[in-house]
Design a protein around this ligand. Structure first.
Ligand SMILES: Cc1cc2nc3c(=O)[nH]c(=O)nc-3n(C[C@H](O)[C@H](O)[C@H](O)COP(=O)(O)OP(=O)(O)OC[C@H]3O[C@@H](n4cnc5c(N)ncnc54)[C@H](O)[C@@H]3O)c2cc1C
Length: 430
């Protein structure tokens, strides 16, 4: 019987396995060095904050895998021999495969900062990072977080929930402003500061200093030379594909494992999906590597079809993403660029409380709806997906916004204001 081996038990690897099982009787093995069972990485923060136990991050009961004849192997793969179709593990054992799926996810970036490997310095990605954070928490008087993205702000929230003062070093002049337009980015700057987090914009880490036991005791700021005493340093300056173990293999890699639209690598019967996969050519306006949860899930579903004989191209559809910045929920559908493209116009409305806003992007000539950012207002994904597919125009979207809202009361209250604002912007833009 054909043996499918999947390295990585994250969302992409596990989705592939589940769908192969739905479609076939193949022998399936999932390998991971992190945990025995799949868990939801995006829920790690809630474990530290005491909202749930680690077991509650596991969407499937432990018996699920045996019942579905999915073998789980705990082990770290150190090498892949594609000539002999064999994996080598850290304990020198081996495993052969007929088809191999690489779904090894990401690892936190480190940029060669002096002191980056000291005790008390950590990323926030793997379960082991959470355990390390827990171990370092007692006695911590201040934490410094380096890198202002989605994981950085989560780590700031986690530490704040345990009353640990946080200094947050962000290289950019405003939070996540490579992705967020100025209005939204500034809203989040204000929100971070309201939570008593010491946000330092346009600020870089120079080095991390050690105490006599080799533990982090302070960071030094590049621009000013300021020394900030701290016992925890969180490195959250982005992630990159976790593929070092492939360096000596024949599998073609760049930043990630290079794949075509069918998620095939250059080697027959070897595929890559999820955070570690890199498209040879980006799909539409997407990035060649997309380190987001739902991408891994969609790739897993697509690849299962191909592996089971129904060769299927990966077609991710309209871009969407969601996250939470402390108390403010964020969703984006379609494309809203931080600095509008030459063909793009944007309509922006912000609620007077400074915690809710909408930005709608549209084509300046055709008025075609291109995308929306929602902050603090939850909107329906399927509606925007439909409007993007139907190429609705901005007037239609504005006039039907309440259909997309989960809370019709909100629109009863604010619709007139949003419409008025829209009409006045049209006059100004004319
Ligand atoms: C704190 C946090 C919050 C996040 N929040 C969001 C969010 O709100 N929305 C969103 O879209 N995304 C979010 N993400 C990103 C999302 O979690 C990832 O995109 C997703 O988990 C990637 O899934 P994956 O299956 O590709 O890889 P992973 O989940 O990284 O799983 C890969 C697995 O492979 C294992 N592995 C790696 N190398 C080897 C090896 N050589 N041998 C054996 N095992 C190996 C790893 O240990 C890991 O268990 C968040 C990530 C983090 C860390």
């Amino acid at each position: 019987m054909e043996h499918i081996v999947i390295i990585g038990n994250g969302i992409s690897g596990v989705t592939t396995a589940r769908h192969i099982r739905k479609l076939s009787d193949k022998k399936i093995t999932i390998v991971s060095a992190e945990t025995d069972y799949f868990f939801s990485r995006t829920a790690l923060m809630y474990v530290y904050m005491g909202h749930m136990k680690f077991e509650h991050t596991q969407p499937y009961e432990n018996w699920f895998w045996k019942k579905n004849r999915i073998n789980l192997k705990n082990g770290y793969v150190t090498a892949v021999d594609t000539d002999n179709k064999e994996l080598k593990f850290a304990d020198n054992s081996t495993m052969s495969y007929d088809k191999l799926v690489i779904a090894t996810g990401s690892k936190p970036n480190k940029f060669g900062w002096p002191g980056q490997d000291l005790d008390g310095v950590m990323g926030m990605y793997h379960r082991q990072d959470l355990e390390n954070l827990e171990k370092c928490t007692p006695g911590t008087k201040r934490a410094v977080i380096v890198g202002g993205g989605l994981i950085g702000i989560e780590l700031a929230e986690m530490l704040s929930s345990r009353n640990i003062p946080v200094t947050f070093l962000v290289r950019e002049s405003s939070f996540w402003n490579g992705v967020l337009p100025a209005g939204e980015s500034d809203m989040i700057n204000r929100h971070i500061r309201e939570h008593h987090i010491d946000l330092r914009l346009s600020t870089n880490l120079k080095e991390i200093q050690a105490d006599e036991n080799g533990r982090a005791k302070a960071v030094v700021i590049e621009e000013t030379g300021e020394v900030i005493e701290c016992q925890i340093v969180g490195l959250t300056a982005g992630v990159s594909p976790n593929i070092d173990f492939l360096k000596d293999s024949k599998i073609e890699i760049n930043r990630g494992v290079l794949v075509n639209r069918h998620l095939e690598t250059n080697i027959h019967d070897v595929y890559a999906i999820g955070d570690c996969a890199q498209q040879h050519e980006a799909i539409g306006l997407r990035r060649p590597i997309e380190a987001v949860w739902y991408t891994g899930r969609m790739m897993g579903e697509t690849l299962a079809q191909t592996i089971c004989g129904n060769k299927t191209e990966y077609k991710p559809g309209h871009w969407f993403n969601s996250a939470k910045f402390l108390d403010i929920e964020y969703q984006t559908y379609g494309w809203v660029f931080s600095k509008p493209m030459e063909y793009e116009k944007q309509f922006y409305w912000e609620h007077e409380d400074g915690k809710k806003c909408i930005r709608i992007s549209y084509h300046k000539d055709t008025k075609e709806f291109l995308g929306i950012n929602n902050f603090g207002i939850r909107m329906r994904h399927e509606i925007f997906d439909k409007w993007l597919t139907e190429k609705r125009d901005i007037d239609y979207v504005i006039n039907h916004l309440k259909e997309a809202n989960f809370d019709p009361e909100f629109f009863k209250q604010h619709e007139a204001e949003i419409l008025q604002h829209y009409n006045s912007q049209l006059v100004t833009n004319a």
